[in-house]
Design a protein around this ligand. Sequence first.
Ligand SMILES: [Zn+2]
Length: 431
Amino acid sequence: MAGGVAPRFIGKSRVRRLCAVCRRMPGYETLPLRMHRRLRVVVRGYSLPIFDMSRSLSDQPTRLSQLSELQNELAAASVRSIFVVADAVAFRESGAADFVQRIAASHAQVTLFQDFQANPQLEDAVHAASAFANSDADVIVAVGGGSAIDIAKLARSIATDNTLAFQQIRGTQSWQPDGRPFWAVPTTSGSGSEATQFAVVYAQGQKYSLSHPGLRANLVVLDAELTMSCPPRLTASCGLDALCQAVESMWSNQATEDSVIDAEQALRLAFSSLRQAVHAPNKQVRQAMIEAAHLAGRAIQVSKTTAPHALSYYLTSQFGIPHGFAVATNLVRCLSFNAEVSEQNLNEDRGLTHVRQQIQRIVEACGAATLTEAAERLNSLIVDVGGQTSIVGWDISNDQIPAIAASVNVQRLQNNPRKATSADLIRLLSD
Ligand SMILES: [Zn+2]
C-alpha cells in the first residue's frame, strides 16, 4: 500500500474544540456527562501541555486521542511516511484498514506489516524489525490487539539478526528502543499493552518479556468504534484479562495509591460493562471496556500481575485456554485465598490492615457488601461470558493440579500479598 502526495487535511476543520468540563480532551464536548466522568479519569495524568521539549520522547507521558483526530495528529507531527504493524483480521474487520487506506491516498506513504502470529514469535519480530529498519517511516503505528502492539514494540527494539535478537531478549546483549514516535491503536479491550512498557515474545517455546520506559506508546487512540466488530468470545477473553488485571493490581504488593485508583476505576467499568459488551454490545459499553483495559494496563505497568496470572500460563500453553479465560479460572479462588491472609503468611510490607483494605475496595468495586457476595458476583460474571471457575470446568483432570502448581511463575507470585507455598496452591486449585 503506498500513496504519497502532499499532506492535506481532511474533514471540517483543524480547530480542536476542547471539552467544556475538563478543558483537555478535544472532541468530547458532545458526550453525555456520565460518559465524560469516565473520560476524565482516563485523562487524569495526561494533562496538557502535551509535550515538554526539554525531555526525550520516551519520557513524555502517553497522550490519548481519537480516530477522528489521527489525520490531524499526523499533520501536526509532519508525518510523511508511516510504518503500520497490523493484525490482519482485526485490521480488516475493525474498519482501520479503510482508515489507513484513506491516509495512504491523501496524506502519507504507508508501509504495512501484517506477517506475524498471535503470541509473537521472535522470527516474526525480527522480520518486523528488518522491515521497519528498511522503511523511511517517521512514525510506527500498531493497529490490533496485544500481539500487534508487542510486535511494534519489538520492531523498534531488537536487532535485525536472529542470533543477536535472541541474545537481546535473553538479556545478554544490550538494546535500545528506536527514538521515532510510537502510536498504538488498540482494536481489542484487554491486555492494555498500549499503556505498558512491556513487550512479550516467544522463542524456542519460552516466553520472554522486554521492559523499557521507551517502549511506552507516545500516543494512544482509544476508540470503541474499532472494537465494535470484535466477536463475543474474543471480547469476553480480553475483557476478563482486563478485569483480572484490575483486581490483581489492586491487591499487588507493588501497587501505589495512584495505580490503585486506575485499577479500581478499571474494575468498576469492567464489572458493570463486560456482560453487555459480550452479549448485547453497543458503543457505550464497548467504550467503557476499552477504557477499562487501558486503565488496567496503566495500573499493572506499576503493580505487575499476581497469583491468578502466575497460575494461568500453564493452562494456556498446555491446554490452549485463551489467556483471559485462563486467568479468570482462578481469580475468585485467589480472592478468597488473599482475603484469609494472616501475620504468618503476609507478603506485604504495608501490613495486614492494608491488604484487608484493598480486598474491601475490590468487594465494593464489584457492587457487593461482603466478600461472599463479591465472589458470587464475579463467578457469575465469569461463567455468563463463557469462562469457568475451576480447571475441571475446562475438562482438565485433578491429576494435573501438582503440575499446574509446579509451573507457576515465581516472579508473578512474589507480587501476591499472601505468600503461597506449593501445598497452598494445590489446595487452592482443588477446593
Ligand atoms: Zn493478562
